[in-house]
Design a protein around this ligand. Structure first.
Ligand code: ADP
Ligand code: MG
Length: 248
């Protein structure tokens, strides 16, 4: 579904992502791990078009999407959430998701009125599937941090993505909220068939859900493989898993 080939990105001579390679198969849940500053967010920004790579290639379902703007990439079926919550704080939960559903349907249907009526049922369906229906009328800015992160996921789903990219989906969450988010990710993957690429500091979550893990350090891809292979890699163990989880 996604192929990242030798992507490179520098900021004023500082190499933030160097020769990144990653393969994501349809239906997989793939984690990117690595300490702060490793280049995880930059990699996601390159994939979703927020940043343009200096070199390398990005293929989505076999199509070269390198250099496409974010809206073009979103239209192809890649949605994302951000490390820093990105919602319309003064709109209700329902309105936030509906904006995204309408924006997606306007591309599918030319008549706005048609898109509008479909949007209501689609929005309700997304909120229901995330167990969020009862919070539908809440002003988004008044939600807890954990709920705002879930809302971001709901907004991303409004685009009916095939590939969902989540940048630290559980950052700042309580253990309960983290568990709920893990369940939500499983639901999206198993019941909706959405392919997920995410980065995350919670190693328990990473190893419990991922089909494949990519480890980054100083912009470089250290290893990419099945959880067992990554877990047993000596370098990864020494650097990150030997009781040094807090470094993530
Ligand atoms: P991570 O998400 O793994 O914590 P980032 O991708 O945010 O890492 O950052 C990787 C490196 O690139 C860091 O050293 C960061 O300071 C640098 N960096 C990220 N974005 C920019 C930018 N827009 N301008 C300059 N440096 C940046
Ligand atoms: Mg980051």
């Amino acid at each position: 579904m996604l192929l990242v080939e030798n992507l490179q990105k520098s900021f004023d001579g500082f190499i933030a992502v160097s020769d990144a390679r990653l393969e994501v198969e349809k239906g997989e849940v793939v984690a990117v791990i690595g300490p702060n500053g490793a280049g995880k967010t930059t990699l996601f920004n390159l994939i979703t078009g927020q940043l343009r790579a200096d070199s390398g290639r990005l293929l989505f379902k076999g199509e070269n999407i390198s250099g496409m703007p974010p809206y073009g990439i979103c239209r192809k079926g890649i949605s994302r959430s951000f490390q820093v919550v990105n919602i319309f704080a003064r709109l209700t939960v329902f309105e936030n998701v509906r904006v995204s559903v309408i924006s997606h349907n306007k591309r599918t249907f030319n008549l706005f009125s048609r898109a509008e009526s479909i949007a209501v049922s689609e929005t309700e369906e997304i909120l229901k599937s995330l167990g969020f229906s009862e919070k539908s009328d809440r002003i988004s800015g008044s939600l807890s941090h954990g709920d705002q992160k879930v809302l971001e996921m709901a907004i991303a789903l409004g685009n009916r993505p095939e590939l969902l990219i989540l940048d630290e989906p559980t950052a700042g969450m309580s253990p309960e909220e983290t568990r709920d988010t893990l369940e939500l990710m499983k639901l999206l993957s198993r019941e909706r068939g959405i392919t997920i690429l995410f980065c995350e500091h919670d190693m328990e979550l990473v190893f419990s859900i991922s089909n494949r893990i990519m480890v980054m350090q100083h912009g470089r891809t250290i290893i990419q493989g099945k959880p067992d292979v990554v877990r047993n890699d000596t370098h990864v163990q020494e650097a990150y898993l030997g009781g040094a989880d807090e470094r993530f």
